[in-house]
Write a protein that binds this ligand. Sequence first.
Ligand SMILES: Cc1cc2nc3c(=O)[nH]c(=O)nc-3n(C[C@H](O)[C@H](O)[C@H](O)COP(=O)(O)OP(=O)(O)OC[C@H]3O[C@@H](n4cnc5c(N)ncnc54)[C@H](O)[C@@H]3O)c2cc1C
Length: 392
Amino acid sequence: MVGLTLANALGQSQFKVAIVEAYSPADINPADKYELRVSAISKSSQQVFKSVNAWQGMLNRRACAYQHMHVWDATGDGCIHFDAPDLGLDSIGHIIENKVVQYALYEQCLKLETLDCLCPRQVNEIHFDSSGSKIILDDASVLNSKLIVAADGANSKVREAANISINKSAYDQKAIVGVVKSSLHHKDTAWQRFLPSGPLAFLPLGDGSCSIVWSAENRKADELMAMDETAFIAQLQEAFDGTLGRVESVSQRAAFPLIRRHAREYVKVGLALVGDAAHTIHPLAGQGVNLGVLDAAALAEVIVAARRDGKNIASLSTLRKYERWRRADNSIMMASMSGFKHLFSNEQPSLSFIRNAGLNFVDTLGFAKQKIMRQALGLEGDLPEMARSTGW
Ligand SMILES: Cc1cc2nc3c(=O)[nH]c(=O)nc-3n(C[C@H](O)[C@H](O)[C@H](O)COP(=O)(O)OP(=O)(O)OC[C@H]3O[C@@H](n4cnc5c(N)ncnc54)[C@H](O)[C@@H]3O)c2cc1C
């Protein structure tokens, strides 16, 4: 998702880009069941996707806009609620299958003459050189490139080949995902209940069902994954407190270990890391890919400006601008997510009291509450040009 966003942004400025992807992107069929992997796409990502002409392709396939967000604590009466109109928005965000995001971006790449999509192809070897690097693919073909961008995800081979180390710590949780049908409609709301064992989100889908992201301590997650459908539904029903009535069915499930990673460097001469290759965070606020999309937009802006000013696009002085810009923003978001995770995973009565009182207090703050939310939605701050909009 992040690599294709960057390729589109650069392709629009007539940069010659080769995209190497291990899988051939496949389009969805509207008759297909919902995919297990979905993302809450923020307004800033929406704007970037609009700028690269991929947004309509996402809407034309499957995307569910949500107007409300409701977050509450299972250990007390603390809750916070957001409505799009109060934030001056037509929606808070959209829940979109990752496959839809990828395909809509890929479709745009195919339209741009200076982009070359090499897929399915894998990167086998990289020989870095300050004057231009060489990439050897699995079919033995060779690419020579001034600038390599690692957008190859959390276990980035390119990052490894460049000897860039990461700060890594496990959240000691796994996230279970699945598609759930409940007896009540989701009311165009993204729901999240904080349980002591981890947050449980119900994210709205177009047919009234929900995509769940249930983060739980490793042992509990393994137990939940081993359960049959009936036992899992009973646990889910209890964990969600019957908020959307009866849970009627759940699809096949998948679990992902949750690990915080942050690359010690985002750039070297001739190399930049974007998206999960640079950072991974807890999915509790649905920010991972949104941060990556902003990385892509920021890097494109820095590269385009360097070329315009006659500078070397692959030099350290150019690429450091990108690193300074995005590392600061990503670090703040990563620290906030770790803080939230620890605050809400703690059963100490004093912390439970502070949490619940805090949620209720923030919920009463009109302007400040909106300000916090607008920041979290990526509507404010040092946004790349492509992510800005005059009207949401
Ligand atoms: C349970 C869960 C829920 C989440 N929910 C949200 C959410 O609601 N909102 C949100 O913003 N984020 C969410 N995230 C995070 C989000 O999924 C990631 O941040 C996002 O997928 C990162 O995108 P990316 O393009 O950087 O990397 P990836 O999606 O990992 O893409 C990397 C690509 O590189 C390719 N690749 C890898 N190695 C090679 C190679 N050697 N050669 C060729 N190709 C290669 C892969 O095939 C892949 O297509 C969630 C994460 C989890 C685990």
